[in-house]
Design a protein around this ligand. Structure first.
Ligand code: CO
Length: 655
């Protein structure tokens, strides 16, 4: 479909299953960097914030057949940290050409620490030994800066003039009692270090008043655990014939499901081309699914804790923070891993080994019925395909899990674990906006908001979105007995009407419908979004966080497809004053009826810390589901075979 047949061969690796949506390879990343460094003329002091695939237009991707030639393009965001300028570039890898190079004023990149010679650890060490920091520590009786841990936090944007145009972070401080213990047990309350990330220096020490360091350890690692329980017997997952999925390149086929696995520095796991095979035909459902943004607003007004509001995707990078997963620890059974190919700040390709884990899980009963007259029992066991990735963002861990079920259902689950962010209080103080988890250690109330971008493609590109409420029918001649209830279906006609919130009392769901495709009963086919746990933000509408993360104020947003709209709070949330992203885009009031739709689902999880969350948090779960609703003509899992164990099913005595 693209006529260039010459030089493009070399970037198309020896992988026979190469596809236009495959993330940039190791070689492609290095090649991109080389083109930028050699040809862009942006100076030597370049640090790389983004190198990612520019996905080809949807029509090209959908028409692609293995063997077709493709043009590979990369989006690059670089920072010249000396000149303090940010540039966006589009690189054509086939022709080794810069197609666009644009200076982007008045924005800041996601976090980059260090420079051409200095990585994060060296950078942190430099900040720890800054004379201003050493003195501030001494004033608090802390002699050894090596035991200091500085966590750089986004500074947000509270309109302070002296912060304007500078790339800054707040260094929040903890002190270890000994190397290797849990630093978060000992917050140095009231000490904040303002860091200039372009100059790599301490700008200012902000001291909100000394509070003594909490006295107790908060260790969780095995070396500190005195005794382990002894009554656990081995539990093994055995798949003697291997897993039931088939992987070719980045394409996954599992029973009737088909999808492609992708990965970016910002979003982490991306899943493309999700479809389900029905009567021999692969029916598309979602073109692209990803975490578009997330934010964690904290609810304490004291000192500078009110500034704690982190966009973990846009300001840090969920892919960048991905763990290398270990068999038997993070995932159990027959696992297929995918590596995450990323880059360092100098633009050199790097690999996060085993960044994505894929495996099958037994999931209890899929369906069952006992015919009480004949005694016939039919039981099917459910199995799900799990595609997951785990990111460590500072003190916290987030697991992002996509589940695919045999009945055509999809579920997205986030697992929250790690260490709650800790602050210090004076002895005897009982804080109002958090929980004391140890003497003098408070974990502040906070929320986690995630926005998932779903480029829907239910049986074709053009879809419509409907809000479905269950309503109590009014008393009438028809509803004499007052028991009648029905559903009300409302078309969301334009994007400014598409900001919806959950309503558990009407069992609200949203249908994404293809009006041109009908099911067996003559109704248009749909997939429905069913909310899980959800909340709204506990922040005033005119608060800084509410403006910066406007996507928190609606659980479902629907916009028409635009390849420039990928992130719910805009491309550059770092130090952004707010208003970008979804709230801005929907002001255009674009028509969304029978269009190429993007559905943005926001899920909020309120975390009032418990004592049991300390010193390390047992996993908390949140998520939502996307299920067929009139998409199939009947239960699509009737053909799941009975288990080999014959006792699960007994035949009727009548035949
Ligand atoms: Co939390």
């Amino acid at each position: 479909m693209v006529e260039a047949k010459s030089s493009s061969k070399e970037v198309i690796s020896n992988n026979n299953f190469f596809h236009p949506l495959d993330p940039l390879s190791f070689d492609e990343i290095n090649k991109t960097t080389k083109i930028v460094k050699n040809n862009a003329n942006l100076g030597k002091e370049l640090l790389f914030e983004t190198i990612m695939l520019i996905e080809p237009p949807k029509e090209e991707v959908l028409a692609f057949k293995i063997g077709d030639q493709i043009i590979r393009k990369a989006l690059v965001v670089v920072l010249n940290f000396k000149e303090e300028k940010i540039y966006e570039l589009d690189i054509n890898l086939n022709y080794e050409k810069i197609e666009r190079c644009e200076h982007i004023p008045n924005v800041q990149t996601a976090f980059i620490f260090g420079d051409l010679e200095m990585d994060f650890n060296e950078w942190e060490s430099k900040m720890k030994h800054d004379p201003k920091v050493v003195e501030a520590l001494k004033n608090r009786g802390i002699e050894n800066p090596d035991l200091l841990q500085i966590d750089p936090w986004p500074i947000s944007n509270f309109g302070n003039e002296n912060e304007e145009g500078k790339r800054l972070a707040i260094g929040r401080c903890w002190i270890r009692r000994e190397p290797g213990d849990n630093a978060y047990a000992r917050p140095i309350e009231g000490l904040s270090i303002i860091l200039d990330l372009n100059k790599n220096e301490v700008v200012e020490i902000q001291d909100f008043g000394e509070i003594s360091i909490p006295p107790n350890d908060g260790n969780y690692s095995q070396k500190y655990q005195k005794k382990f329980r002894t009554d656990l017997k081995p539990l093994e997952i055995i798949q003697p014939e291997g897993p039931s999925f088939e992987v070719k390149g980045n394409n996954v086929k599992w029973q009737k499901w088909n999808m492609r696995i992708g990965f970016t520095k910002r979003e982490g796991l991306v899943i493309h081309n999700i479809g389900y095979e029905d009567e021999g035909k692969l029916r598309p459902i979602i073109y692209r699914a990803s975490l578009s943004e997330m934010i964690v607003p904290y609810g304490d007004p004291t000192n500078d804790h009110y500034k704690k509001q982190v966009f973990d995707a846009g300001e840090v990078g969920i892919g960048k923070c991905a763990n290398s997963l270990e068999l038997g620890c993070d995932c159990l059974g027959e696992i297929r891993y995918f590596d995450g190919v990323l880059f360092d700040i100098r633009g050199e390709a790097s690999v996060i080994k085993n960044a994505i884990c894929m495996h099958e899980e037994d999931y209890g009963i899929l369906w069952k019925h006992t015919d009480t007259r004949t005694g016939e029992v039919e039981t099917r066991r459910s199995r799900r395909l799990v595609v997951s990735s785990i990111a460590t963002v500072g003190n916290y861990e987030y697991g992002f899990f996509w589940y695919f079920y045999q009945d055509g259902g999809i579920e997205y689950e986030i697992k929250l674990t790690g260490i709650v962010n800790s602050a210090g209080v004076a002895p005897g103080i009982k804080p109002k906006h958090g929980t004391l988890v140890a003497p003098q250690v408070v974990a502040h109330n906070h929320q986690h908001f995630f926005n998932v971008r779903l480029d829907m493609m239910v049986d074709g590109i053009n879809n419509s979105a409907y809000e479905i409420d269950t309503i109590l029918d009014p008393k009438s001649e028809e509803n004499k007995h007052g028991n009648a209830f029905s559903t009300k279906k409302t078309l969301i006609e334009n994007e400014s009407d598409g900001v919806r919130i959950v309503d558990p009392f009407s069992a609200r769901s949203w249908a994404i419908t293809n009006n041109s495709k009908k099911n067996y009963m003559g109704e248009p086919v749909s997939y429905k979004i069913f909310p899980g746990e959800n909340v709204l933000p506990f922040s005033h509408k005119d608060s800084v966080v509410n403006k910066r993360a406007g996507f928190m104020n609606g659980h479902l947003w629907v916009t028409p497809f635009n390849d420039k709209e990928l992130y719910a709070s805009g491309d550059y949330p770092q130090q952004h004053p707010g208003g970008d992203g979804l709230p801005k885009w929907i002001k255009e009031k674009r028509d969304i009826k029978d269009k190429d739709l993007i559905v943005w689902y926001t899920l909020g999880h309120t975390h009032i810390p418990r004592l049991e969350d300390w010193p390390v948090m047992p996993v908390a779960y949140t998520g939502f589901s996307i299920k067929p609703s009139g998409f199939f003509d009947k239960n699509p899992a009737l053909d799941v075979p009975p288990s080999a164990n014959d006792k699960c099913n007994s035949h009727c005595k009548c035949c």
